[in-house]
Design a protein around this ligand. Structure first.
Ligand SMILES: [Zn+2]
Length: 288
C-alpha cells in the first residue's frame, strides 16, 4: 500500500516520468490462438457424461479427459468458486495463476488459456464459454473470474483474526484432492495452489491499490466452460464467502453449491485432439 505522505521530495521531472505511456509486459500476439469456432462446433456433438457438486463451504474434484469440456454452473444462488487444475498423470503440473495473469490480464474470459506451472508451461485448458462476459469492467475497476486472488485459507485467517476456520477454500480443496486421489491430507495440501476465482467480482482500489471484492453478478444458470487441453483433475470449492459481498473465512455469508459438469464429444474426437507440448526450454539455466 502506498504511503499517503511520502518521505522523499518529488524530482523536478516527476510529472514527465509519471506521464510515460505504459507498455504491455507480455504482448500476447505471438501466442497461438485457440480455434474457438472449431471448439464451438465440437461442443455441439458433446454429451454430458459426468457431474459432481461442490457443496456449500465444501469442494469436489472430477476427472476431465483431454479433448472434453468441463462447465462450472451456478445453482440455487449467487456463489463464488475457487478452482484448481492438475495434470491427472503428474499432480506437480498445476495451474499457474500468476503467469496466466501476466499473459491474459487480471480477469479471464472466453479465448483465454489456463497455463500450467514450470517447467511445463503449456495450456491446460481453454475458456470456451462465459455467460458473464457482458460484465466487462465496472466503474470501480471490478470484473469477474480473477486470477489476482490466491484462495481463502486458514493461515491468513489466523494471522488477521487469531481464529481457526476450517472451511476456507484452501482446506476444502485439500480435503477434496486427498479424497479424490487417496493421498495423505498434508501431501494433498502441498499440491493445492492459487486459483481461478470463478464468478468472483474483484479489482484493485484506484487510490490505494488494495484488493477488493464486491457482490458477484452471477445468478443461477450462469456458467464458465473450459476445453481440457490435457487430462485434468479439476477441483472446485464453493467459497465460504458465498457471493463475496461482505466477508469470507467464516460461516456468516449465505452459501450455495456449485455444479461441475463434463461434456464428452466422444472417444474418436478426443483421440484427434493434439495436446499442447511442454515448454521447449532446455532447462540448462546458463550451465550448458
Ligand atoms: Zn474462498
Amino acid at each position: 500500500m502506498k504511503l499517503e505522505n511520502p518521505k522523499f521530495t518529488a524530482p523536478a521531472d516527476a510529472d514527465d516520468r509519471k506521464a510515460i505511456t505504459p507498455v504491455i509486459c507480455y504482448p500476447p500476439e505471438t501466442l497461438v490462438q485457440p480455434d474457438l469456432s472449431g471448439l464451438r462446433q465440437l461442443r455441439q456433438s458433446a454429451a454430458k457424461t459426468a457431474e459432481v457438486t461442490a457443496g456449500a463451504r465444501d469442494a469436489a474434484c472430477i476427472d476431465v479427459p483431454a479433448g472434453a469440456f468441463v462447465r462450472v454452473v451456478s445453482v440455487d444462488g449467487p456463489q463464488v468458486g475457487d478452482l484448481n487444475m492438475w495434470n491427472r498423470h503428474d499432480l506437480t503440473e498445476r495451474f499457474y495463476s500468476g503467469k496466466t495473469r501476466a499473459l491474459h490480464g487480471t480477469h479471464l474470459s472466453t479465448g483465454d488459456r489456463m497455463w500450467s506451472s514450470f517447467p511445463n508451461m503449456r495450456p491446460m485448458a481453454t475458456i470456451v464459454g462465459d455467460t458473464l462476459d457482458w460484465y466487462g469492467f465496472d466503474d470501480f475497476g471490478g470484473s469477474v473470474h480473477d486470477v489476482i486472488g490466491t484462495r481463502c485459507d486458514p493461515y491468513t485467517g489466523r494471522l488477521l483474526s487469531g481464529d481457526d476456520y476450517h472451511h476456507c477454500c484452501h482446506s476444502n480443496l485439500t480435503r477434496a484432492l486427498a479424497n479424490h486421489c487417496d493421498l495423505p491430507l498434508h501431501e494433498a495440501e502441498m499440491l493445492v495452489h492459487d486459483v481461478l476465482n470463478v464468478f468472483m467480482c474483484t479489482g484493485f482500489t484506484r487510490d490505494t491499490g488494495q484488493y477488493f471484492m464486491k457482490a458477484s453478478p452471477v445468478r443461477p444458470g450462469d456458467y464458465l466452460e473450459f476445453y481440457a487441453e490435457i487430462d485434468l483433475i479439476v477441483g472446485l470449492s464453493a467459497c465460504p464467502g458465498g457471493d463475496c459481498s461482505s466477508e469470507h473465512s467464516s460461516d456468516t455469508a449465505a452459501c450455495y453449491p456449485l455444479l461441475i459438469e463434463v461434456f464428452d464429444p466422444g472417444q474418436e474426437a478426443r483421440a484427434a485432439h493434439v495436446q499442447p507440448a511442454r515448454s521447449a526450454y532446455d532447462r540448462t539455466h546458463g550451465t550448458g
